[in-house]
Design a protein. Structure first.
Length: 46
């Protein structure tokens, strides 16, 4: 089996756990997002 097949089987087998983990990451990141606006600034490469 290839690596991608193994990843696909894992993702299919634990699809609900993966969705819950992504949801928890999204919710927990919303607590830190308001404080980032003061630390980030616009700009780019010189």
């Amino acid at each position: 089996m290839s690596v991608f097949h193994s990843i696909g089987v894992f993702a299919y087998r634990f699809r609900w756990a993966i969705l819950v983990i992504w949801g928890l990451l999204l919710i927990s990141s919303s607590f830190f997002a308001p404080g980032l606006s003061g630390k980030l600034k616009g700009g780019g490469f010189d």
